[in-house]
Ligand binder design. Sequence first.
Ligand SMILES: [NH3+]CCCOc1cc(-c2cn[nH]c2)ccc1C(=O)Nc1ccccc1
Length: 336
Amino acid sequence: VEEYNEIARHYRIKETVGSGGFAKVKRAVHLPTGETVAIKIMDKVALGADLPRVKTEIEAMKNLHHHHICRLYQVVETSRKIFMVLEYCSGGELFDYIVQRDRLSEIESRAFFRQIVSAVTYMHYLGYAHRDLKPENLLIDDEQNLKLIDFGLCAKPKGGMSDQLYTCCGSPAYAAPELIAGKSYMGNEADLWSMGVLLYALLNGFLPFDDDNIGMLYRKIKSGKYDTPDWLSSESLILLKQLLQVDPKRRITVDELLNHVWITKEMGVPVEWNSKYQTSVLDDDVVTEMSVHRKVSRETMKAELEKWNYDYLTAAYFLLLKKKTSGRPVRLQMTL
Ligand SMILES: [NH3+]CCCOc1cc(-c2cn[nH]c2)ccc1C(=O)Nc1ccccc1
């Protein structure tokens, strides 16, 4: 019980909304603001060798502030547990959304795919590769926006994107040929292959390379051959061919993807990958509410917030800011 005290002070924990491998994710209410959040709960002992993955995810999420990336609000570590307080996505996984509809129209696939391209381009420009892109790791929020999750495998090679990566990882059906061949590979190039598998899944409702036997699956991936159902438009086929290029050096790059003819069709504009979030300057209204509430000067509150400790102050700041951007009153309801 004492493991939960710190979290229980500011959150009312509700039902489990998902679990993946070594983590359980629960819906919760942030009591001071009334906002709903998701809390990813991990047991350090059960994590075992996976503990570094969690540290990788936490460090990456502290640097990734983008409207199509699930936001990290707070981290609480106790002797036995790690809690990550995250942005809540009420619409569940993109995976289930596709399954429920069999497949998506080209229009809807394009709307979602543009959001994925925006998030992945932003990561690549910051020097990160996700390395586990799949519909299970894309959640839908209450405004039909996609939010990317699970940065446990993402890599920020020391020497930037040019550094090669070696660890084989991610989910086989979405893994690039060069990655499963055990060769050294470029994280961003492998992400583009996975986006090809994702686009195929959006448009068809099934995977381009699939087999219960892992050996057969690898052979299909390395062949680069996949079915092309007759509902696919010619522009879709062209883009799929450019993403699912077995030779990573011939694969399309994110820069070519941003204004690709399929991507801009009906939309007229290229994908905007810059973040809509402004994190360098603190929001005045939020600072005022928090400093008044805490009975400290604005300067003191600003200095505390600018440490970005991802503690209860960071969480209160981000959640009050989210209330403000959603047009709700910037008010704290109870003691911080
Ligand atoms: N496939 C997703 C299962 C639910 O997982 C999450 C849900 C939310 C979520 C739910 N609502 N809003 C956010 C936020 C984060 C995760 C997550 O990171 N899951 C996970 C990833 C890797 C290993 C173990 C667990």
